[in-house]
Design a protein around this ligand. Structure first.
Ligand code: FAD
Length: 426
């Protein structure tokens, strides 16, 4: 039997491998050119498939490039068992995929593209360049070398009769009939970058509603306060909600609060607000300063100074933090009351910021809609990966790792399915 031989890069193992699989290369359509889709394209083209990647935007990887603007946090270096807990309820679902392609292998893969990584003090892993653009450039060159065709300005609109997949292209429509399809159309935030979530209409019965994840929240603060403090950052503060504590920056926006300290709590806060109508977080304005030491510092200030001056001198609080503290304490508050509130200032959150502004989205194709190879049960030969699946994780590199790992797992699912159903190779 005549089989195609190819010598290419295998992303799962990061080295050159010789493969011979199919008598005639099967065709695979990958829809969505974000990290999940492109990673699947790399694997499948390395394993003897003819791969077309369809992307509705004029260029690929727009969200990945945006992620690189503030430092591309590719993955995280904490131990794998702890790493997996970050996926919450989806942990057992994603476990095989992340175990098969773990953070170390993602680092090796980036290294192979000339983008060696380092771990920051928090354990977050970044390429040394910090950006996504050099990585994406090298990656696209590799895909081109492996024969992957990228078709931009192709908007997937669904299936026609039989197995046709249909696309809107400028001023027309086209149809293709691939042997297998892999969907990687992302979540439903930052729609201007392409992931508009409109694909969910095609899978209404199989999709959990989208909800903002790693998102901002609206506190019960006055518009006047928000307007006056918009853009100000409360640096390195602590937040706690129920038994969970986080640290990081908190930014005041025109609509409320956002920032890494809040994102890490966002899943639980979103659920609490949906259940109870509001959720109260405690803000620690000086998390490295114990309360008794804070009290001594405040008591050491000259009592004749204004409260504002005493707070500034004792704790180096800026005007935003001072106003928050004054508003949260009685006018004649004692030093005890002030330092207690400094360490646990209650903020009542009444809603989330809009879905489109969220870093990522919860919801999407449910686990029960897919088999263990990420094939959509109602559509044999159609697989799905990345953020379009119903899982969520905090920022810290867990999102991209989840997209790469599920991209690879779905690509392996495609290959297995093609081997058994198209070419009869067991
Ligand atoms: C500002 C920002 C910063 C971030 N920073 C980080 C970070 O540092 N670390 C991290 O882990 N994560 C980060 N993320 C999240 C991360 O970028 C995403 O989780 C990841 O890009 C999702 O990958 P994906 O391949 O599943 O989908 P996407 O990257 O969203 O790609 C989906 C693609 O599908 C295309 N598409 C959608 N519908 C159609 C259609 N009908 N037809 C054709 N094409 C379609 C879209 O145009 C898009 O190109 C960040 C996100 C944002 C917004």
């Amino acid at each position: 039997m005549l089989r195609r031989k190819c010598l290419t890069n295998d992303p799962a193992h990061g080295n050159q491998t010789a493969m011979s699989r199919f008598p005639i290369p099967p065709s695979v359509a990958i829809i969505g050119a974000g990290p999940a889709g492109l990673f699947a394209a790399e694997y499948l083209s390395a394993h003897g498939c003819r791969v077309d990647v369809f992307e509705q935007m004029p260029s690929v990887g727009r969200k990945l490039l945006m992620a690189g603007r503030s430092g591309l946090n590719l993955t995280h270096s904490e131990p794998l068992d702890h790493f997996l807990t970050r996926y919450g309820a989806a942990q057992s679902w994603l476990f095989p995929a992340i175990h098969d392609f773990p953070p170390d292998q993602l680092r090796e893969w980036a290294d192979g593209l000339g983008q060696p990584c380092f771990s920051g003090s928090s354990g977050r892993v970044f390429p040394r360049s910090m950006k996504a653009s050099p990585l994406l450039r090298a990656w696209l060159a590799r895909l081109a070398k492996q024969g992957v065709t990228i078709r931009t300005r192709h908007r997937f609109t669904g299936w026609g009769d039989s197995k046709h997949i249909r696309f809107e292209i400028p001023e027309s429509t086209v149809a293709f009939t691939p042997d297998a399809v892999l969907l990687a159309m992302g979540g439903a935030s930052w729609s201007r970058l392409g992931s508009d979530g409109e694909w969910a209409d095609l899978f209404a019965a199989e999709t959990a509603p989208f909800a903002p994840a790693n998102c901002g929240f609206t506190p019960d603060w006055s518009q006047d306060f928000l307007h006056r403090h918009e853009g100000n950052i409360l640096h390195s503060v602590g937040l706690s909600f129920e038994n969970e504590k986080t640290r990081g920056d908190l930014t005041i926006t025109a609509r409320g609060l956002e920032g890494s300290a809040l994102y890490a709590l966002s899943a639980r806060l979103r659920e609490a607000i949906a259940r109870d109508g509001s959720a109260t977080i405690l803000l620690d304005l000086r998390p490295t300063l114990p309360e008794d030491a804070a009290l001594k510092r405040l008591q050491a200030q000259r009592p004749r100074e204004s409260l504002s001056n005493r707070l500034r001198k004792a704790f180096a609080l800026d005007s935003t933090a001072r106003e928050l503290l004054r508003d949260a304490t009685p006018k004649d508050a004692t030093p005890h009351q002030l330092t207690h509130t400094l360490k646990a200032l209650p903020i009542t959150l009444t809603g989330t910021d809009t879905l489109d502004r969220a870093i990522s989205t919860a919801g999407g194709l449910r686990q029960d809609a897919l088999d263990e190879h990420f094939m959509i049960r109602s559509r044999p030969g159609v697989f799905a990966a990345g953020e379009m699946l119903d899982w969520e994780a905090p920022t810290g590199g867990y999102l991209l790792q989840g997209c790469f790992s599920t991209g690879l797992a779905a690509a392996k699912g495609v290959l297995g399915w093609l081997e058994s159903s198209v070419s009869g190779i067991a």
